[in-house]
Design a protein around this ligand. Structure first.
Ligand code: LMR
Length: 399
């Protein structure tokens, strides 16, 4: 800001450097590697046994129907496609679907939902602290910083043993104050694959509700772990116990519409009226950031969920993706006893107990691209890459 008339104005050239996002950097590095034997287990996209990320057949059909029948692309408003959010309710909320204290709206992907959820919390209580189990998705901290909330880290995962540090988690939640936020992964924990057991969820829900914390549940992989209902166990248990719950949901993975950015934010408060007020703030924040969410992907998902036949076929395609994830997990787990924990985890990600140097050496020597943290996407591997990958990893782990 200019404080004196002779002061030199700061221009765009004065901007400080930015630490680039680790996953986006990894995508670029992998793309730029000319070796044709490279293995990309970096960013989280589902790939089939041939190494492709196909468009689901039901989405292709829905898109064709859109082309044939859509007669306008006029604005829908900051909530996006309201019917889309309605159709998601039973899938996400289960027996809470008819609770009129819960309202949802369409967002640009799960990331848009997270940002909007944190915007809402920061608007209500700028002094709220956000409890984050580490490691977490690398984009969580920047989003929390962007709304100027304080982040409190606690250790969630013991990488060497492949287990959750549940006592540390409980201690951190017990230390929190009313109004603080517990950021939780609904299922298929990113980056560890280590999900809370049902008993652990019960304990977490008990503490969150007794201490008056606000749970913000990020659920981006529903259906990729054990099943749609099983993967929503924690979300629904939290709704059983708490009056105030914020849920950031994504369809990007479960409908394989990644680049179309299809997500939703659901907010529950203690009364229908308070939810309406909260949603008015949510709409205002959405309007400031993106005005209205992109329509195409949500419109295709809407068509799939509205049509009983397409919906049934989506469930089959989703189960196929889940089965592949779980069968690749079992194959990796069987390769070496030190990898056995991978077979007990869920979703696309697990972490290997490798140092950054070992990860970089695998990149250099074997053209294997995984995050420096040792996170890898189990279904980044095509069938014919699996043995070479496990052999390289076992070699890196040593005798
Ligand atoms: C990932 O974690 O790889 C995905 O969620 C993609 C992303 O945006 O980071």
């Amino acid at each position: 800001m200019l404080t004196q008339t002779h002061a030199k104005a700061r221009g765009l050239a004065d901007l400080p450097p930015v630490t680039s996002d680790s996953l986006l950097t990894l995508i670029a590095l992998c793309d730029a590697d000319p070796r044709n034997n490279k293995i990309d287990v970096g960013v989280g996209v589902f790939r089939d046994g041939a190494g492709n990320t196909p468009i689901l057949k039901v989405i292709k059909e829905a898109e064709q129907r859109l082309v044939d029948t859509q007669i306008t692309k006029a604005y829908l408003g900051s909530a996006g496609d309201k019917r889309f959010a309605e159709l998601l309710r039973p899938i996400l909320l289960g027996h809470h679907a008819s609770d009129d204290r819960i309202t949802g709206l369409q967002t640009p992907g799960g990331c848009g939902a997270l940002r909007l959820g944190f915007e809402l919390i920061a608007t209500a209580n700028p002094g709220a602290r956000v409890l984050v189990g580490t490691p977490t998705w690398p984009n969580h901290p920047p989003i929390i910083r962007s709304v100027r909330l304080q982040q409190i880290d606690y250790p969630y995962y013991e990488r060497g043993q492949g287990i959750i540090r549940f006592e540390d988690m409980i201690a951190a939640l017990n230390d929190a104050e009313a109004g603080d936020v517990a950021l939780l992964h609904g299922c298929c924990h990113n980056p560890t694959g280590a999900d809370l057991s049902e008993d652990q969820w019960r304990e977490v829900v008990r503490i969150v509700s007794e201490r008056g914390l606000i749970p913000l549940i990020d659920i981006a992989y529903q259906g990729f772990g054990r099943g749609l209902d099983e993967d929503a166990f924690g979300v629904r248990l939290m709704l059983d116990a708490c009056d105030e719950v914020v849920i950031a949901q994504s369809c990007d993975k479960s409908f394989s519409v990644y680049r179309d950015r299809v997500g939703s934010l659901f907010v529950k408060t203690g009364s229908k009226e308070a939810t309406a007020t909260a949603m008015a703030h949510v709409h205002q924040r959405a309007r400031e950031m993106w005005s209205m969410p992109p329509d195409h992907g949500a419109a295709a998902v809407h068509i799939v969920l509205e049509d009983p036949e397409l919906r049934a076929r989506w469930l089959v395609e989703l189960a196929e993706m889940r089965d592949r994830i779980n069968s690749v997990r079992q194959r990796i787990a069987a390769a070496d006893p030190r990898l056995a924990y991978i077979g007990r985890q869920f979703g696309m990600f697990s972490m290997l107990p490798l140092s950054k140097e070992q990860v970089l050496k695998l990149r250099e020597d074997e053209a294997i691209y995984m995050a420096e943290s040792g996170r890898f996407n189990v279904v980044g591997l095509s069938d014919d890459q699996l043995d070479r990958f496990t052999a390289a990893v076992v070699g890196a782990l040593g005798a």
